[in-house]
Write a protein that binds this ligand. Structure first.
Ligand code: ZN
Ligand code: ZN
Ligand code: FE
Length: 773
């Protein structure tokens, strides 16, 4: 006596991150619970479902599917249409269909879930202490995928044939591992081994894990094959071991990230807040930059000083794979966990390659036979009480698409030269690659080409537009020119600082016009000089430079980036000020004399960069003459601040009008710094007055421009205090401030900004009057 008239059948298509996140099993369970019939499959564009049953049950099905999806799933769009009921009684998962025009969205690598971690710690489980335990809701994704749809036969798991027990779980709708493509167990799955630099196996399985833990406890350096490639691990409490890692990696000062076995242990060393706890324990499991406690909790040994010398912050992460979790539990202390590479090169992903390239760094290698398909670094986010901001977007975030809010032509953007990422926009979505790094080395440029190929093969489409930086000599620009010729696609060259601001505007969907402060180390300017202290108004496809900093000659160009002493000399020379002993002291022999001669003759690059101004002031204050990594001197100056900075005064910056351009003259600022140094004012206060001067300058420019919406972009704003000060000063004067959160504020966000600017340019050319749209 069933009222068959009530039965309806709906075809439902879901797009977004819906493959490789346990979506089909979830749909299956939900349909079974609601007594619906039909099927689900991984289609070429996402998940496709047909569901049949009572109308209100179908409504509930759709609602819960959209609201309560499995962790890691992001439904970006859905379509529902009515189809004729078929009188089916079962709900089934059908085979993936491989043919289609556009491939579905890719999922990022997901940290091990609680259930899997509980299982590896349960002596009764058949996966007790098994380091490759995963389920439908967790485990590696993008790092092991060769092709789509997300299916075992298209990933590096394909060489492991499921044993009977795993196959049973895989086919059991009530099991957590129902259709878990990375399913494995000690019987059938990947295996761990420890090898030495001669590629001799020293131990395997659980004894390999014990051997590696023992080596770390003894102060050795272990190269571990993780999710996105090799990492170097060393005891963070052992000063000489950390020192050895620094020497061997030729990385004297740049802070190392740490891995802690638990959130509780992080709390013994760092200040936590709800925001940062959420980030640490999220599925992406990034490195989170945290304020370190002045001293660790009682009974906790101090970290080695060489972990992050002179740095009040620590980069911390939690174990994000069962392998990391087992190893950390075994070692029972924080470890340094840094990428397994040589400086400025991509991380090693293959064991042979690691032995070859890391042999002078690592003592032993903890490796396995589940191949890593592409290198993906650990992501870095910065956290404080206000929120989380992306610093390096890689494992756990890339390649999840970002919604642009509207469609347009497809754009392939090749990004910046430093901290490179590339991006491909198709329809409303843009997929940004993982962090690739500086394109200065040949291996980095190879990784860059390979990442471009990856994006294009995962998102096959006709490329309508290419976008690149304005700099004619960037490796990315040269590749963009080649591709433009190959694909017969127009190339849009986007000025660096325009891209910074376009990225912020696009992330927040800001209505134009927008005033943007783009402050960074360097970017090629429209006039061929090096910009970096710019205020621009973005309107339509173009931008207008409304303010900048007084520019100065930089002796040595490229080498000046690594030598704050050169910025100090250049700035003082330009202002007609005598270099004090504190600056001259940074130079050996006749070097200062020689550079001053070069400055007089003037055949050197000219810059308006605020990054270089930070360098100059840091060198002037005696903090640093030569840096070992980009931004180090600016960090010194930031870390010289204390809690009283907000109450400190500000140095003067004189704003002058030169034609249409406002120019901030920092000569009075330098004079005041020199005077303070002479009278012995503490560096803490000098630094505060300098930071506050920049915020005052921004306020004056904002008032002159008279626009309500203001974006901040560029590497200088990684400086937490500078961003805070500029934001609060301008907000209290009634302006609305926007900083990027999901997109890196540094050059890692340039590809995203290039996409936005190129889309805008394309729309503009369509808007030509008389042309139909
Ligand atoms: Zn799991
Ligand atoms: Zn098995
Ligand atoms: Fe930049």
């Amino acid at each position: 006596m069933e009222a068959r008239a009530d039965v309806v059948r709906r075809s439902i298509r879901l797009a977004g991150v819906v493959q490789g996140v346990g979506f089909r099993p979830f749909v299956h369970r939900l349909a079974s619970e609601l007594g619906l019939a039909g099927w689900v499959l991984n289609g070429p564009q996402g998940v496709e479902i047909e569901a049949e049953g009572a109308a209100e049950r179908i409504d509930e099905f759709v609602r819960r599917m959209l609201d309560d999806g499995p962790p890691g799933a992001v439904v970006s769009s859905h379509e529902i249409s009515a189809v004729a009921p078929r009188g089916e009684s079962r709900f089934a998962i059908l085979e993936s269909c491989v043919i289609g025009v556009r491939k579905p969205a890719l999922a990022a690598d997901l940290a091990a879930c609680e259930a899997c971690i509980a299982e590896i710690n349960d002596p009764a489980s058949r996966r007790f202490r098994y380091p490759f335990t995963t389920c439908a809701a967790c485990g590696p994704r993008y790092s092991i995928v060769e092709d789509l749809p997300y299916d075992r036969r298209f990933m590096s798991m394909r060489q492991f044939a499921m044993c009977r027990e795993c196959a049973r779980e895989y086919n059991d709708p009530s099991d957590r591992r129902f259709h878990a493509e990375t399913i494995a167990c000690p019987m059938c799955g990947p295996k761990l081994s420890v090898i030495d630099a001669m590629n001799r196996e020293l131990a395997s399985g659980d004894s390999a894990l014990h051997a590696a833990a023992e080596a770390i406890r003894r102060g050795q350096i272990v190269a571990l094959m993780g999710i996105g490639g090799f990492q170097l691990i060393v005891d963070a409490l052992n000063e000489s071991a950390v020192g050895r890692l620094r020497e061997r990696k030729r990385r004297p000062d740049k802070p190392f990230a740490l891995m802690f076995s638990s959130l509780e242990l992080v709390r013994e060393y760092c200040a936590l807040s709800a925001n940062v706890e959420r980030a640490l324990t999220s599925e992406a499991a990034p490195i989170v930059l945290l304020d370190r406690l002045e001293r660790p909790a009682p009974n906790r040994p101090a970290l080695a000083g060489k972990v992050a010398p002179g740095n009040p912050r620590l980069g911390a992460m939690l174990p994000y794979s069962p392998l990391h979790s087992l190893l950390l539990a075994e070692i029972d202390r924080p470890v340094v966990c840094t990428s397994g590479n040589l400086s400025n090169e991509p991380i090693c992903i293959e064991t042979e390659e690691a032995i070859d390239r890391l042999t002078n760094i690592a003592d032993i290698f903890l490796t396995h036979d589940r191949a890593v398909v592409r290198p993906i670094d650990d992501s870095v986010v910065s956290g404080n009480a206000i929120g989380i901001r992306m610093i390096r977007r890689a494992r756990g975030y890339a390649p999840v698409a970002i919604d642009l809010g509207s469609g347009g032509p497809s754009v392939l953007a090749l990004g910046s030269h430093l901290k490179n990422t590339v991006a491909l926009a198709v329809g409303r979505e843009v997929v940004m690659s993982q962090h690739i790094g500086d394109l200065g080395s040949a291996p980095a440029r190879t990784a860059f080409r390979r990442t471009l190929d990856d994006l294009r093969s995962f998102l096959p489409c006709r490329i309508d537009l290419l976008a690149c930086d304005l700099h004619p000599d960037y490796a990315s620009t040269i590749v963009a020119e080649q591709l433009a010729a190959e694909l017969c696609a127009p190339l849009v060259r986007v000025q660096h600082h325009h891209a910074h601001i376009a990225a912020v505007a696009a992330e927040h969907g800001l209505e134009e016009p927008v005033l943007g402060f783009a402050w960074d180390g360097s970017g090629y300017g429209l006039d061929g000089t090096i910009w970096g202290g710019e205020a621009i108004v973005v309107r339509g496809a173009g931008f207008e430079r409304v303010a900048t900093m007084r520019s100065f000659r930089l002796p040595g160009g490229e080498s000046a980036v690594r030598e704050p002493r050169r910025s100090a000399l250049g700035a003082l020379h330009s202002a007609g000020l005598e270099p004090p002993a504190s600056v001259l002291g940074w130079f050996e022999g006749e070097m200062a004399e020689r550079l001053l001669g070069i400055l007089d003759r003037g055949h050197v690059p000219v810059t308006s960069s605020i990054g270089r101004l930070f360098d100059a002031v840091a060198a002037l204050c005696g903090l640093r003459g030569i840096a070992t990594f980009e931004g180090q001197a600016a960090m010194d100056l930031e870390y010289a601040l204390d809690a009283s900075a907000d109450r400190e005064g500000a140095y003067p910056v004189m704003v002058q009008r030169e034609d249409e351009l406002l120019v901030g003259d920092w000569k009075p600022l330098l004079e005041a710094v020199l005077a303070d140094l002479r009278t012995g004012v503490a560096i803490t206060r000098i630094s505060a007055r300098f930071h506050n001067a920049l915020a005052n300058f921004a306020l004056e420019i904002a008032r002159a421009a008279g626009l309500a919406r203001i974006a901040t972009g560029g590497g200088c704003f990684q400086n937490e205090y500078l961003l805070h000060r500029v934001t609060t000063r301008l907000e209290s004067a009634g302006f609305q401030l926007f900083a990027p959160a999901r997109i890196p504020i540094n050059d890692g966000g340039i590809s995203f900004g290039q996409v936005a600017a190129a889309r805008r340019a394309a729309r503009e050319s369509e808007d030509v009057p008389g042309r139909s749209r």
